[in-house]
Design a protein around this ligand. Structure first.
Ligand SMILES: [Zn+2]
Length: 431
């Protein structure tokens, strides 16, 4: 967090940047407008004078036609440009966040948790911001395509830099999260630097040593909380509040496409989420098969172990037959502990496979030990680990692997969590 705060300060202090296509290091100190150019033109023709300090646009110590050329470029590119997107403004008003979108937007105040909407326009480098029928005006001075300042007519200078650069960690947080920890379970929606939690809006801003979480229109937790953010991986992070409370965040975006459930884009079939009877990839997906073959070769090369798929893809109707036979033999309650109801089997995804032997006998084999230690390297996880039956819905299956792709499999393996825990979902029949 220190780095972010430092980069914010640095960005504000060193606004010096060259305009695109302009030579030398040029920092605009004042708005270059059409009338600036007219005055400069007249001055160069020996007709008229310049306001003190204006004219040396390229700041090379002399006022000449190069200043006119540079000024003209500036006017063409910037004199009517309205900012777009999220910007951090720093100046006499403290730190404020501005969101510009098509000539309208919002100001998020940092010292008070308030959001003010406005309309904005720029004409000949004059910036007009209107809110609640009142207008404030400023000269807008662009120092580069991603840096500008507002010289407010009534209260000084405000320097702007893109919020994305300073707030990178929060920008990565876009999406839906559920939390656990000292604050209990809450659901959060992040959209870059703003979002909502259980229906209350918030935004956040960087500060020295951490982040400020500013609640909009709520005093339940106080308007502003100073927090430290620690990332675990792409899907997880932790906030530690100033009073010591900790909240763990798990990204969980559940979407359904044609009856198929995806959590964070990952196809899920478990006791909670069923596949439609029509879902049929026709076998193990080619990616799963290729990864398995690579894993098989590695197990043989490393330890002389032989891995085979004893059960890969299973269709909905095949699973229905299987399950109904188990129910007839052992009863529904028992069958549910080891066999999936049709639609709920991961084998229907084409992404899961039973290796060598689907039974407890396999647990103590060197093949099982090798799989547990190495399958993540090839994009697989042991889907139903020991002692997690309450979470996965299945007893320990050392032989059942699920393909997730290398990156995700490594993250899940490193987390030590089941896939359900990693994604913040449950696995239990609702019928
Ligand atoms: Zn299986």
């Amino acid at each position: 967090m220190k780095r972010i705060a430092a980069s914010l300060t640095a960005a504000v202090l060193t606004v010096a940047a060259a305009l695109p296509m302009m030579t030398g290091s040029t920092r605009m100190e004042y708005a270059v407008t059409g009338s600036t150019l007219n005055s400069l033109g007249s001055y160069l023709l020996g007709d008229g004078s310049l306001e003190y300090g204006k004219g040396d646009i390229n700041r090379d110590g002399s006022i000449d036609c190069f200043d006119l050329v540079l000024g003209r470029k500036y006017v063409t590119e910037y004199s009517d440009k309205v900012p777009e997107g999220m910007w951090v403004g720093t100046g006499d008003n403290g730190v404020r966040l501005f969101w510009f979108s098509g000539g309208a937007g919002y100001i998020f105040g940092a010292s008070a948790a308030q959001v003010t909407d406005f309309t904005a326009s720029v004409t000949d480098s004059r910036f007009t911001l209107t809110t609640g029928g009142t207008s404030a005006m400023a000269d807008i001075v662009w120092n580069s395509a991603d840096s500008f300042s507002l010289h407010w007519d009534d209260y000084g200078l405000e320097a702007f830099s893109p919020a994305g650069a300073q707030l990178m960690p929060s920008a990565e947080l876009t999406g839906e999260y559920i939390t656990s920890g000292d604050t209990g379970q809450r659901s959060w929606k992040f959209s870059g630097y703003t979002g909502s939690c259980d229906g209350r809006g918030f935004f956040w801003l960087p500060e020295e040593g951490g982040i400020k979480l500013c609640w909009c229109g709520s005093t339940e937790y106080g308007d502003i909380e100073h927090i430290a953010l620690a990332r675990t991986d792409r899907h997880h992070f932790t906030l530690t509040y100033e009073d010591g409370r900790r909240e763990s965040f798990t990204r969980r975006e559940i979407t359904t496409v044609d009856g198929i459930t995806y959590v964070n884009g990952i196809l899920i079939a478990n006791k909670t989420y069923a596949l439609p009877s029509t879902y049929n990839p026709g076998g193990l997906t080619s990616e799963t098969l290729a990864a398995f073959n690579e894993m098989k070769a590695a197990a043989y090369a490393e330890k002389g172990l032989s891995l085979t798929v004893c059960s890969g893809f299973r269709s909905y109707s095949y699973q229905a037959t299987l399950y109904n036979n188990y129910v007839a033999r052992d009863g529904k309650a028992k069958a549910d502990t080891y066999s999936a109801r049709p639609g709920h089997s991961e084998h229907q995804t084409g992404l899961a496979a039973d290796i060598n032997y689907a039974g407890d006998w396999f647990n103590t084999t060197p093949e099982a030990a090798w799989l547990a230690a190495n399958c993540w390297k090839y994009g697989f996880i042991i889907r139903y680990p020991q002692g997690k039956q309450d979470i996965t819905g299945y007893k320990y299956e050392s032989w059942h692997v699920r393909y997730l792709g290398r990156e995700l499999a490594k993250m899940v393996y490193d987390s030590g969590l089941t896939l359900e825990e990693y994604l913040g979902i449950d696995s239990s029949y609702k019928y």
